[in-house]
Structures are given as C-alpha cells and as structure tokens.
Design a binder for this molecule. Structure first.
Ligand code: URA
Length: 212
C-alpha cells in the first residue's frame, strides 16, 4: 500500500473508532505531503480547524504558514497534524486520557509518513515524545527518538502573544532546512547541532513511550 492509501485507511479507522473521546467534534486528521521529510505535530484542533476539518487554519496556522514559507518551503511540501485529532471543548488543553486514546493512531501516522524530522509545536506535542522536557529550555534543541530527529518548537499561538517567543521561533524555523540537509550526518553522529545546554536524553524506544 502506498503512503496516500495507508493514510486514507488510517483516517477511516479513526472515524469508525467509537471508543475515541471528543467524537462530538469533527475529525481533523492532518494534511500535506505524505512523502515529506518534515512532519509538524501540534496539540489539538481549535474552532476554525474543527469547522474546516484541517489542522492549523486559524491565526496560529497563518503564522505557521508564514514561518514555513520563510524557510523557502510551502505548506503543501510538509505534513501537518496534531496529537489529538478532535477539538477539546472551548479549546481547553487536551486531557492525558485524550492524548492516550489517540496515541496509537499518531504512532501509525508517523510510521506511514516516516519523516526524518518531527517538529513539535508546543509543550504537549514535545512531551508526547519526551515527558520530562521543558519547552523554555528545550525548544530549538535537537533530540532523537529512534531514527527520528525531534525538534521542539514553541507553539505558534504562544508566538502570537509574545514577541520574544516569536523571535526564538523564527530563529528555530530558519535552522530547519539545514537540519534536513544534515540529517544523515547528524544521525550517524547522533550529535546535537546546538550542544550548549542541551540535555539530550536517551532516545526511548517507540513502544516504550510512556504518556504521563
Ligand atoms: N493549535 C494546534 O495545536 N493545532 C491546530 O491544528 C490549531 C491550533
């Protein structure tokens, strides 16, 4: 099965799974280039995402598009999704049990896309991979999760509230093309591009990921 067909089947499986929480909201599965080397993973859909059934289409999404374009890529070149595939009521934070319920689907989605780099947007997405990581300390650093380079970034919504966060986010985005280019070398060396202050933890095995 090719990647597009595997994603269609996965979307179907999620929509049929009546055990999942938040089923009163629309499914926001994810979109983009299934062959992308870079996958962005946010937190959960908001009002506009729920309405359109697409990730990152509100104000935070507009900023994400701009940041992607400033790297020289287009939104359609990359793949974008969330850890939780339906909107929590009133845009509240996703609950641990909601993250856990959608966990196996995100894992399959990652396996299908098989990106080199996973850029996490915000602390929930970062903590999915590294529960002990802290966004203010670890954003813009590089980590390994098996053969995937995990690149924690601030959530674009946080950058809309703070110019300091926006500046950091812009700087981190500018390094993305270089990370893609250097991926094989970095994987071979398992060395951080930014070493100073980076507490790179041992990469947990995919099946050993603990959620909270
Ligand atoms: N915030 C997210 O984390 N995801 C979206 O899709 C939109 C806003």
């Amino acid at each position: 099965m090719n990647k597009a067909a595997a994603l269609t089947k996965l979307r179907d499986d999620i929509s049929k799974d009546i055990s999942l929480p938040l089923r009163e909201a629309n499914l926001v599965f994810g979109e983009g280039n299934p062959g992308s080397e870079v996958m962005f993973i946010g937190e959960a859909p908001g009002f506009y995402e729920d309405r359109e059934g697409r990730p990152f289409v509100g104000q935070a999404g507009k900023l994400l598009n701009k940041l992607i374009e400033e790297t020289g890529w287009k939104r359609e070149d990359v793949y974008i999704t969330n850890i939780v595939k339906r909107r929590p009521p009133s845009n509240r934070d996703p609950l641990p049990e909601e993250i856990e319920a959608y966990e196996s689907y995100l894992k399959t989605q990652i396996e299908i896309i098989n990106p080199k780099i996973i850029a996490t947007l915000g602390r929930f997405s970062m903590n999915y991979f590294f529960p002990a990581a802290k966004i203010s300390k670890d954003q813009g650093q590089i980590f390994w999760w098996n053969d995937k380079l995990i690149y924690p970034l601030y959530h674009p919504a946080a950058a809309l509230r703070s110019t300091a966060v926006l500046e950091d986010l812009k700087k981190s985005f500018q390094k993305l093309p270089e990370l893609v280019k250097d991926y094989e070398k970095l994987l071979a060396e398992r060395k951080d591009i930014v070493t100073e202050g980076s507490p790179t933890p041992e990469p947990p095995k995919i099946n050993q990921i603990k959620l909270f």
